[in-house]
Design a protein around this ligand. Sequence first.
Ligand SMILES: [Zn+2]
Length: 105
Amino acid sequence: MLKDVCKCEFTNSFKLEADFMADPIWCNVCGWNLDIEEFPISDKLQEELLEWVSEYGRWIDLETDSLKENVLELVENHNKKGLQLFQEVKKQLGEKYPIIFVPSK
Ligand SMILES: [Zn+2]
């Protein structure tokens, strides 16, 4: 079990959620951003997760700070890919690391 990874003395509840400039696994209790290298998942899956996170926010036009026209489609596709990765993460982590998926809105 993971200890001393966040503010909790002990946590066994995690969530997979994409955000800017952060690893996609968080403590589901205190909300701390966790290092995905701490988790027993394959290098390939880690790479895929980081790539997925890097695509987060593509629906925001940073120059004008506004949402792009096809925002719903972009978010939906991102969530779909996230869900696929989540199934793999869940499989690799097993029962010792309960994790949920939090889609982007
Ligand atoms: Zn925590």
